[in-house]
Design a protein around this ligand. Structure first.
Ligand code: FAD
Length: 320
């Protein structure tokens, strides 16, 4: 079922959903099941699976020279989606990137997904590769997520890249399309207003809903939703949530996700006496965020699990 149909059927009730990462190459599907099994009691209507494009690494050879090699550390997104749908009977939402994909690759990926009965995708641009200063699309790939949304919409209309595929040979897909939004703006955008113009472009291109980057201060989400509504973005905006439970995350989260952390949270995490105490601070903070968001009738609380089901479980138990 389409994600937006789940929102409609919930009839104002706040749903709970999760995002998982494919295991590192060499890992097994069991790692995903171990993360998700304890979370199924919260009846997620859908589960997102992230996509990880290839990265360049430099390997030292016997000659002393370094060789540049492309590797994919976390392959398996499509297979994991199929396995999740098979095991739990819930909808899976694969993340689909512009980065690393030609338009043909995208079309083929969408055909695979449609054949697997996957009805939802989160359409993203992806980041620049390490060692590249800016995002570089494939030749004949998409520059921005809005273009990817456009290609998915075309396939929903039965339009394929090869215009000889038409009539009875051009079956229409029926993808519900999610896109990303950034309450603290995307780090490359000149300012929030500018960023919102492009979010609106994604919605006008056919995106059905937005999932936000994580945030630790709900006011940022409320302000973002207000700003979206003011510029005419009227699709559901799902808050993305992650508990901060480790000391090193005080630096890594702002650096990786380009967001600020509230001073109270920084102080509480810094002053906690043990790793268990820090975990508890993170759980309480995220549970308080979740409760307030639920009181304000958000369509869904979307948790970034990052393989840590016990922390997410403790939070979800407080809000379910
Ligand atoms: P876009 O919407 O294309 O925007 C990128 C930048 O370009 C923004 O600054 C925007 O303001 C600007 N822009 C947009 N359109 C235009 C235009 N037409 N002209 C000029 N400027 C424009 N990354 C992964 O690699 N794998 C994942 O699975 C993944 N999942 C994510 C899930 C969520 C919920 C979020 C919030 C992010 C996720 N990301 C993931 C990270 C994402 O790929 C990066 O944040 C990326 O830098 C931007 O992606 P986007 O889809 O928001 O890009």
């Amino acid at each position: 079922m389409r994600v937006t149909e789940h929102f409609k059927q919930a009839d104002g009730q706040t749903l709970i959903s999760f995002e998982v990462l494919p295991p590192l190459k060499g890992g097994s599907m069991q790692a995903i099941f171990d993360t998700l099994d304890p979370l199924m009691e919260f009846k997620p209507p859908f589960i997102d699976v992230t996509y990880h494009r290839e990265e360049y690494v430099y390997k030292k050879r016997a000659s002393g020279y370094y060789e540049k090699t492309a590797i994919r550390k976390r392959p398996g997104t499509v297979g994991i989606c199929a396995a999740i749908m098979h095991r739990y009977g819930v909808d899976a939402v694969p993340h689909l990137l512009c980065g690393g994909f030609t338009k043909q690759d995208t079309e083929n990926a969408l055909i695979d997904l449609a054949f697997l009965d996957v009805q939802n995708v989160l359409a993203l641009r992806g980041d620049a590769r390490k060692f590249e200063g800016r995002f570089i699309p494939e030749e004949d790939g998409h520059n921005y997520a809005c273009e990817l949304v456009g290609q998915i919409v075309d396939m929903n209309d039965g339009k394929y890249l090869d215009d000889l595929i038409k009539g009875e040979h051009a079956s229409k897909t029926d993808f519900c399309i999610g896109v990303a939004g950034y309450p603290e703006k995307h780090f490359e955008a000149a300012n929030l207003e500018h960023d919102l113009r492009y979010v609106k472009q994604k919605v006008e291109a056919g995106a059905d809903y937005i999932v936000t980057q994580m945030f630790f201060d709900n006011q940022k989400y409320f302000d973002y939703v207000d700003a979206c509504r003011k510029v005419g973005i009227n699709v559901p905006i799902v808050p993305g949530l992650k508990p901060l439970t480790k000391l090193y995350q005080l630096n890594s989260i702002p650096r990786l996700f380009h967001i600020d952390l509230p001073d109270d949270l920084v102080r509480e995490i810094s002053q906690a006496k043990s790793s268990d105490a820090r975990t508890q601070v993170g759980i309480e903070w995220c549970a308080a965020q979740s409760k307030e968001l639920k009181e304000r009738d958000v369509p869904c609380l979307h948790y970034y699990t990052m393989g840590d089901s016990s922390t997410i479980q403790s939070i979800a138990e407080q809000v379910a």
